[in-house]
Design a protein around this ligand. Sequence first.
Ligand SMILES: Nc1ncnc2c1ncn2[C@@H]1O[C@H](COP(=O)(O)OP(=O)(O)OP(=O)(O)O)[C@@H](O)[C@H]1O
Length: 245
Amino acid sequence: MAGVGAQTDQGIVLSGASFAIRGKPILSDLTLTLTESRIGIIGQNGSGKTTLLRLIAGLIAPTSGRVTVDGIDPARDRKGMLTHIGILFQNPDQQILFPTVAEELAFGLRQQGHADAEPRARAALAAEGRADWADLPVSTLSQGQRQWLCLLSVLLMQPRTILLDEPFAALDLPTAARLTRRLAALPQRLITISHAPAAVATCDRILWLDAGRLRADGPPGTVLPAFTAEMARLGEADADPHLPR
Ligand SMILES: Nc1ncnc2c1ncn2[C@@H]1O[C@H](COP(=O)(O)OP(=O)(O)OP(=O)(O)O)[C@@H](O)[C@H]1O
């Protein structure tokens, strides 16, 4: 796989990992070994999907249990993680730090120790046919364009695994179709959060989170129909729970 060369791909391992905020459990006792190339995470609003990605990326540490990425504790070695994990947030504005497109792209490369970060960033833009974007203020890009910029930043860093939090949520259909093709062609491991079963239907493995616990874990052909049926059932029950019949 890309990025980390000959190092062994040990995958992402969670051993009894839990996460709580002020004593409130958000994720409970997750034990998983993730080695597949395409993994989907589904679940209702607030079920803990984004928190799980943050745990894998090392942005938060488990309250109990353990998380390792290729044998490394991601919360302890943030710099070492740069070649292992890239994350594309749901909202690009949570990710973008710099005023211009080239500066934003160069940042991650500089963190990885590349002295030629800026020329590399400009070359990458040129290769995408976007050389004219280099000095544009990021604020002039549309939401979809900013999301594309965030993806390009992640790709330039060549992480072994890319975590995607609802990558299509804010995109129009043609942009989503382009991004789908782009993602499908990547050699990296992709872990994708989605509410939409169709968006993860081609994954090798689906994790269904329910109130911070693993409710199902298996191939899409098994997990997605069960999830869809349960969402339909909940939707009916919640539609008018307080109204007289
Ligand atoms: N910083 C925080 N402080 C308090 N509660 C939090 C915090 N971050 C997350 N939570 C709570 O943890 C739970 C899981 O949140 P998370 O964002 O992981 O869910 P999600 O499955 O990604 O939801 P969605 O589909 O709505 O994006 C929610 O109940 C949320 O309110």
